[in-house]
Structure formats: C-alpha cells, structure tokens
Design a protein around this ligand. Sequence first.
Ligand SMILES: *[C@@H]1O[C@H](CO)[C@@H](O)[C@H](O)[C@H]1NC(C)=O
Length: 339
Amino acid sequence: MWRRSRQRMALVTCALSVFLLVYYLQGDSSSVPFLSLFNFTTPPAHRLFLASLPTVVLQQLSAADASHRRRRELLKEVCRSHTKKKRVLIPEDLGHLIVDDEHRLLYCYVPKVACTNWKRVLMVLTGKSQHSDPLKIPANEAHVPGNLRTLSEYPTSEINHRLRTYLKFVFVREPFERLVSAYRNKFTRSYNSAFHKRYGTKIIRRHRANPQPEALQRGSDVSFEEFVYYLVDPRTQSEEPFNEHWERIHSLCHPCLIHYDVVGKYETLEQDSRYVLQLAGVDSRVQFPATGKRARTTGDMAAQFFHKISPFYQRKLYNLYRMDFLLFNYSVPSYLTLR
Ligand SMILES: *[C@@H]1O[C@H](CO)[C@@H](O)[C@H](O)[C@H]1NC(C)=O
C-alpha cells in the first residue's frame, strides 16, 4: 500500500514536471524578457535602470542590442531547420546553468570559453567570495562544486520561474579553437595527470599501434591525431558522455530549448561581457577581468594542429561539431580540406 502510494507520488511529480517544462517551452519565445532596450516586455526595474543611463551608453547598448538580436534570430532559425522533434528539458539538462538569485541571472558555463572568469564574477555577485576583485579568487576555488548553485538543484516550479524571468546567457567559441585549446590544456600539460590517467590511457590503448608499456600506463603523451580518433570513434560516446571540456556546446547548454537572451562570443569577450553586466545592472559592482596577454589558442594555431589530420577525419570531426558551427554562426575553417 505504502509502496503503491509512493509510486503514485513519483508518477504525479514526474508528470507535473514534464508538464511544467513543456509549459516553459510552449511559452512565447518572443516574450524573452530584458533584451530589446525599447521593448515593452522589459521588466520595470530594468526599464528604470535603462532610463538612468547616459545617452552615449544607451547608444552603445542599443547597437550591441541589435547585433545580439541578430545572433538570437539566426540561432532560432538554425534550431528550426535542423532539429526534428522538440524534446522536453529535464532537470539533468540544467547542470551547467549557474544561478544568481539576487541579480536574477542564469549563466550556462562552457569549459574553455572563459568560464573560470565568469564563475569568479558570479562568486563576487552571489557573495560567495570575500573578494570584490574576481581575479583575487583562486581559479580552483571557482570550480569547487557547491560554491555556485546550478539550476538542476531547484524544484521544477522554481526552475520554470527562473527560466522564464531571469536574464539567461552563454558564451560560445569557434568549435575547433575550443577543441584545440582543450587538447593542449588537458593532454600536453604535465600537471593534468588526472586527465592522462582517466582519458589518456584509454586513448592510447585504443588508438595507438604498438604502444610502449609506459605510455599505456601514464597516458601522458596523447597526440592530437589520437585525440581526434577517440572523439569520432562511435564507441566513445556510446560508453559515456563526452567530458565537458570537449562536449559540444549545444549538448551542454541546449540553446534550442533554452531561449538565451545573450549569446556572448569568446572572440568578442570583453564587449559581450560588459554588455551582460550592463544589462544585469551590475557593471558598477563588478568588472569582467581583463584577459591580458595570456597565450590563446587562435585560428592559426588550430590550423597547425589540423594540418596533420586527414581529410576523412577532418570531415568526421566537422560533422561531430557541425551544430555548434551552425548555431553560433562560425564558418567552416579555411584550413580544412573537406570534400
Ligand atoms: C555571421 O557571420 C558573418 C561572417 O562572419 C557576419 O557577417 C554576420 O553578420 C553574422 N551574422 C550574425 C547573425 O551574427
């Protein structure tokens, strides 16, 4: 008896959450709040804030506003033409959405796209750190699970409320530059031995002919080619989801199901970050850290890495990341020899 009623409860909860998430999806996506400076859907608090801005700032915001609207429209169009059936969001899809309840923000973090700095900014905003300068927060602290809350931790009704009313943003990057950046960081740095053990040993076992015993044991000298073989091998994804560092952005952040207000780009990180902070009305409280002269993975560098990959595997890899190229308006890199 008790068991039956528990089962029924579970069923009702389940049905309810599906209903609620569907409800969110059916909601008119054009009523996306906040953006469109002169839109009537702009909530009163934000309208008040916008009215207080100097004209020159308002003009800059308005220009940025137009370009971000074009990005959203293109994304919507690609979603419409490339996704067959709308599926429903489940809480497990929302593990990458960081919540700031005080400022009503949802940020979908994507590794290798300045996510450490955005997490630092959110730690300052949510009061999880004593520092007011994000750069004073050690990088490892920004990644401690539990320092920041994710949307998947909330009950369904709370999830829906936040999805409908908070400012939602994500930062994206050219997919192959992100991939090369992940490879260099995780497989060519000796301090990342955990990745070598976890992934490197498997990659070498499967994708290297006659590996040395030491390489098999340490997994610390994976080549970019071997990494590519691993990514396009059907066994890889059938065994477990990709690690978040090379998982596709559309699988991490579900941009066809979650209507992001801002799709920021790594290529225009400074402007786009400033834009988000201005929209959120917190640009006087916190500044996005300046990127300085860090060594960055550029298109030229990606070209060098892809030079060694055969056209056959280039094509396979492009197909794997194709949706990220299309959704975020990145063109096929000119260094590829696809045909
Ligand atoms: C897409 O990219 C092209 C070339 O980089 C650019 O000219 C165009 O404005 C972009 N479109 C959108 C909607 O951002």
